[in-house]
Design a protein. Sequence first.
Length: 112
Amino acid sequence: MCAARLARLWRVEPEFVDFLRDYRASTEYRDLEDGDALAQRFDTEGFGDFFYAPTTAEWSELRCSKLPDVYAPLTSRVALDTLYSLLADGDFAKEQKLLDAEIVAWRHDVAA
């Protein structure tokens, strides 16, 4: 991973701040009714990775490890903070599925 991508973890681009201020003051923002419209607006302005929605294949990849695959296309496409949040979500979903299976097995053993 290049130094510029790592530096983004500690730097908020002035363009992003300007966009947020302008959008917050707009009637579009005041009339906002759903998250899809919000995500679309961010995407239109070039900040789509803020609300990145992984594909089914990407979710499968994200559930494989807590650490990013440096060679995966997703790793170079989204901001690192977004990537790490997605990895955490994927790991939580994987662990929750395992825990749910253990609870079902335990209930089955108790009932038997």
